[in-house]
Design a binder for this molecule. Sequence first.
Ligand SMILES: [Zn+2]
Length: 312
Amino acid sequence: MNVRVYHGAALAAYGFGQGHPFGSDRLDAFWREVVKQGLDQRVTHGEPVMCTTEDLALFHTTEYIQRVQKQSVTGTGYLDQGDTPAFPGVFEAASCVVGSVLDGVKNIIEGHCTRVFVPIAGLHHARRDAASGFCVFNDIGVAIEALRQRHGIRRVAYVDIDAHHGDGVFYAFEDDPDLRFADIHEDGRYLYPGTGFANETGKGKAIGTKLNIPLEPGANDVAFQRVWPRVEEFVRAGRPEFIILQAGADSIAGDPITHLQLTPKAHAHATARLCALADEFCQGRIIGLGGGGYNRANLAAAWTAVVQAMLG
Ligand SMILES: [Zn+2]
């Protein structure tokens, strides 16, 4: 029982209402497939955990945390320019995403498991001081800061195969040489957030520690397999102590808001190879986060492929 998967109503609460691409039904769609494949019998269960404002402040500004708290009471307005609506309890729901990821990291560090998957997480667009693209709090950013400040881990590798560029992580750590960032995504000329070009390789002493690989709209598994070895080589060169995978399922053919044409085989391959690197460099330590994915069948298939690969 080496793999822990987080599941529970408090995680499903992070959603923007019925009919929204990021609806609360995403967790259920995933879990039904987990049960169908019998994976629930092969993993340990992680209960969602709410984080504290102190946890959030590892990454986010106090002003922004307070703004989300306020809008969570009224449940009105937007938390950004118009993509991410507030809803009653959004603060608690978003804090549960972060808390579950932090709990997963802690469980790994303390040796209770080596692999963790948190389906409703990987909210890679949120900035230190702002929401963006359905992302209120950036669980990845908080987790990286927690690894540094609480667990004494410096060298972290972050790999993102969501269709969208992980701009909230990229720009927050652009000048941080110990965060190896590798991101395969749909070319920013065709998709939100419009960033992540190949020449964005980091700043100052972090130049060369960021790898952005934009794919053309319509790119499939062949294109993915062609570029994937670069990611592996890049992660390996960083000799990471901990690996984070953002396994967004919106890169799979049939997603309603993107244009890539991958299959869950890409997610399985990325996970299996990163688990091998985790075994080689990090005592097996890897956390997978669900990320985007708005076609329910796709996210169920991709995320269970991640869990299967973690089980080996
Ligand atoms: Zn996405």
